[in-house]
Design a protein around this ligand. Sequence first.
Ligand code: FBP
Length: 281
Amino acid sequence: MNTLENIAREVRNTAHYVSDNVANYAGASGGTNPSGEDQIGADVWADSLFYDSLAPIEGVGEYASEERETVTDCGDGYTVAIDPLDGSSNIASNNSVGTIVGVYDAELPASGRELVASIMVLYGPYTTMTVARNDREEVQEYLLRDGHSERWGQFELPSKATVVGLAGISSNRSATFNAFATELEQEMKLRYGGATVADLAQVLEYGGLFGYPRTTPNPDGKLRVHFESAPLAHLVEAAGGGSTDGTQSILDVEPDSLHARTPTFLGNTDLIDRVERTLDE
Ligand code: FBP
């Protein structure tokens, strides 16, 4: 089995465990992450589970996590960058959360062009894992249940766009962006839950646009390039969609630090073009 298969297998095994046990950690407190945000106990717990399963894999050279200040050296090979529990503020209200994994053939900081694989796990009413690998044609979705995974289907973005989810309080967004958001919300159903993986899953299933723009509290956007935006852009682009930070593919964003952020838009390519035309004005 090669390194990418071992990584996917360990993500799957750990995701089963997270899915079965996350309720035990809801509400526990866990300090502050390197981006200055509150961590809840589940973030720290999930990070240590994924570290224990991914760092020992032969061919994994570095483990980087949204929950850790610095990269941890673990041998020679790929850098695994992970958001162990994306959208963890959704746990208190018992809404969906996810895990995002990017496998870079480079040390960080690195652009998404160095990604060789991306994985997202969605802990919803059931748990799914979606995998895009540069050495595979398709984006494969797996259903995780009863300790096993089964191939479930291949992802390709539907050509018709029907849902839109845009983050941020409107008073914290630009007037240009708000006018664009109003336009989009007249064309498509509003679907925004506050966990990127879950919001993106809607777009992958129904077609549309997910976006986290620049806001007053987060002038560079909220989502982190290495841990969230680039791996998800890699996955969406492999599924036939597009990504942008407003001017270029997110895969071309050159982060200047481990925890760098970027405005993030993911979805159907015609909508990504519209985002770029609008934000360029
Ligand atoms: P983390 O929970 O991993 O920090 O993820 C950040 C995140 O929760 C995204 O999943 C989500 O899109 C966004 O923040 C929600 O932000 P907001 O509360 O501003 O809508």
